[in-house]
Design a protein around this ligand. Structure first.
Ligand SMILES: Cc1cc2nc3c(=O)[nH]c(=O)nc-3n(C[C@H](O)[C@H](O)[C@H](O)COP(=O)(O)O)c2cc1C
Length: 184
């Protein structure tokens, strides 16, 4: 069975990011995947300590909730990372995750656990789709360096109301389909 690991970088458990990521998870489960969803705000994730241990060893010297994340990513076929836009960037919870993903690539930037199909999910207050295009492109390029093959990006705009995504039928349908396609 294919395994998918999903991350939600919003503190709102019933917000737009979680609604979309959970719908992707629902689609993936329907297609037969095992899906593990991590709510980053509930986790103990220390900032990277820059010890460079992971340049030599296939793990992180900091023993916290990231240890189970590495184990899950190791045998996952695909990854989903969702974050609201805060101050024109991903949230602090999401940035902690991204820095701590350094161990998934070796000293030569080769993915230790293989290239992973990845879906990115963003939610923003701005109604304009293109408002953060430059930043999102830049972020996608950074994630590619981690061996994440970005196959889709789902964006929810004008979304300060936590129900915005749930009320958008076409967005929900896209999320569900994306989840199914991650498995196929
Ligand atoms: C501290 C903070 C900073 C924010 N910064 C931005 C921003 O720079 N641009 C934007 O469009 N929306 C911004 N927002 C709005 C959120 O991106 C928006 O409400 C988002 O849909 C929340 O996602 P969620 O429902 O998954 O929590 C900010 C919200 C907060 C709380």
């Amino acid at each position: 069975m294919k395994k998918i690991v999903a991350f939600i970088g919003s503190p709102r458990k019933k917000g737009n990011t979680s609604t979309i990521v959970e719908e992707i998870a629902r689609g993936a489960k329907e297609a037969g995947a095992e899906v593990k969803v991590y709510y980053l705000n509930d986790m103990t994730i220390k900032p990277c300590q820059s010890c460079f241990y992971c340049r030599q060893v296939e793990n992180c010297a900091t023993k916290d909730d990231m240890q189970s994340v590495y184990a899950d990513i190791k045998d996952a076929g695909a990854i989903v990372i969702g974050s609201p836009i805060y101050m024109a960037q991903v949230t602090a919870q999401t940035k902690l995750l991204l820095d701590r993903l350094f161990p998934i690539i070796d000293a030569n930037f080769k993915p230790r656990f293989g290239v992973k199909k990845t879906v990115l999910v963003y939610s923003q207050g701005q109604g304009e789709d293109e408002a953060f295009r430059g930043y999102l492109e830049y972020n996608a390029n950074v994630l590619k360096l981690l061996g994440l093959d970005i196959v889709d990006t789902i964006m929810c705009t004008g979304a300060n109301d936590p129900q915005t995504a749930a009320k958008n039928e076409s967005l929900m349908a896209k999320a569900f389909k994306t989840g199914k396609e991650l498995v196929e």
